[in-house]
Design a protein around this ligand. Sequence first.
Ligand SMILES: [Zn+2]
Length: 148
Amino acid sequence: MAINVANSEPIAEGLFTWPSNDPRLLGSKCNNCGVVVFPAQSSCPACSSTSTETIELERKGKLWTYTIQCFLPNRPPYEGPETPATFKPFGVGYVELPDQTRVEARIKTNDVSKLKIGMDMELVVEKFMERNGKDVVAFFFQPADELN
Ligand SMILES: [Zn+2]
């Protein structure tokens, strides 16, 4: 879906760089032990250090695991365009980035025949819904071979 960038906003602040032609997820890196997590946190889940910095994560990773969610998530906290009548099952999984950060994300297919653990995945930021007259963009991962 085409995004009207000038009239768009991210689904939540602090998840990824926006607006951008090359959006990146924003994680945090621990200055003490080097652990990288997504979303960014002000303290390290591994060593409890509060010395962390926000960093831009790699766009590509490997599918670590996945499933197909066949029910509409509870709202709140879930926010999305679907109604019980329009809901379609969607892929959800973890993508492991090169620094071993695992990112939980929606996957752009619900066809299990197109998914395989260990396959190359790439970040995409797309229009997800509309809110208050604006295009709301969210992040997804998609099999990298479908983008080329
Ligand atoms: Zn740490």
